[in-house]
Ligand binder design. Structure first.
Ligand SMILES: Cc1cc2nc3c(=O)[nH]c(=O)nc-3n(C[C@H](O)[C@H](O)[C@H](O)COP(=O)(O)O)c2cc1C
Length: 333
């Protein structure tokens, strides 16, 4: 868990801190490579220090309480502090103590804390390592951290994780993000009933959204809103929008909606040259990729000139009679 704060902030301003889970490669006795992707909080902070020509203080925390770890791993909006959010999850403030050699506060109960500096412009080639996509990453330059201290609890535990093609440990965290993100999404896009980020799609490359559809074009509006909402959703290259009667988390339901409510020529939106993480080597160029939005909702109003089929359903009277007959024979459903 990499702890940073922006240039111009004070160590006591914990609400301005960023916590992110980033890979760190050991390249010497006192040197690590910190691999924060360009859109991450750590990368944004190091830019503010470099612009001022200053080195950035950094602390790497190994093993903290679950609320702090979870807050650091979740792609929260930039304006939400992970330390504040972890306090909400825990129901109590995060206990912080000053680091020994850098002006930063760190979680008091951490197993180990590595302190040091990132000097402007110093990078080293990182990797190749396996990633949560199920592939090895390309070797890329990332910032170097110069270590000044390592502190730890007595008999510390070394917390690590196993990453690979989903399902892996991070994809379980992705499912937690799915549940926590839903109320936030619904606050901004109220017609959203459910959202599912399938773990098999690397937990963010694809999303299925069910909506309460009320007017023509609404599915496309929801696609645009979601892509624009959190930086994390700009990497969701496939969106499928379905009606509220479809279970977004059930592939059989989604396949039925795609097969019966979607026309490929009319209901597919393709965008070009939108942001994408460099891990997606299927993109034509690094960092820029297309997006596909599939509207598998029922077409209403001016969306279609044709009579739309009625969904088959059992008559409730017949259903009740069948249940009664089954119950009478001891075969209750
Ligand atoms: C086990 C694990 C490893 C991760 N490795 C990296 C990584 O090497 N680089 C990176 O940028 N994000 C990585 N992430 C994702 C970020 O930690 C996550 O998106 C986090 O929300 C980023 O926080 P930030 O937006 O405050 O920077 C990893 C996540 C987990 C759970």
């Amino acid at each position: 868990m990499v702890v940073t704060r922006p240039h111009g902030s004070e160590p006591a301003q914990a609400a301005r801190y960023n916590l992110g889970v980033y890979r760190a490669q050991v390249i010497g006795r006192d040197r690590l490579i910190l691999r924060w992707l360009a859109h991450r909080g750590g990368a944004a902070h190091v830019r503010t220090w470099a612009q001022a020509g200053r080195s950035m203080p950094v602390a790497v925390v190994l093993g903290a309480d679950p609320a702090t770890l979870l807050a650091a791993a979740l792609p929260l909006p930039e304006t939400v502090s992970e330390l504040t959010f972890s306090g909400v999850l825990r129901g109590a403030r995060t206990e912080l103590v000053p680091a020994k050699t850098v002006r930063l506060l760190v979680p008091a109960q951490a197993e180990m804390v590595i302190e040091g500096w990132v000097h402007p412009g110093e990078t080293a080639p990182e990797g190749p390592f396996g990633d949560h996509t199920g592939y090895y990453n390309a070797v890329e330059p990332f910032p170097v951290m110069r270590v000044t201290a390592l502190t730890h609890r007595r008999d510390p535990l070394y917390l690590s994780t196993v990453t690979g093609r989903p399902p892996d440990e991070p994809s379980v965290i992705g499912e937690v993000f799915n549940d926590l993100a839903l109320p936030v999404i619904r606050a901004q896009i109220p017609e959203v009933r459910d959202l599912w980020l399938p773990p098999a799609a690397c937990s963010y490359r694809m999303a299925v959204i069910s909506i309460d559809k009320r007017y023509p074009g609404q599915a496309r509006r929801v696609m645009m809103a979601l892509w624009g909402m959190l930086p994390q959703f700009s990497y969701t290259k496939m969106l499928v929008v379905v009606d509220a009667d479809i279970d977004a988390r059930n592939w059989d339901d989604v396949a039925w909606a795609l097969s019966t409510r979607m026309d490929p020529a009319r209901d597919v939106t393709i965008l070009d040259r939108t942001p994408m993480d460099y891990l997606d080597f299927a993109s034509p160029v690094e960092g820029l990729a297309g997006k596909i939005g599939i509207d598998a909702t029922t077409k209403i109003g001016t969306e279609t000139a044709r009579d739309w089929g009625q969904v088959m359903a059992l008559d409730p009277v017949h259903e009740a009679r069948a249940a009664e007959l089954l119950a009478r024979r001891g075969l209750a459903r």
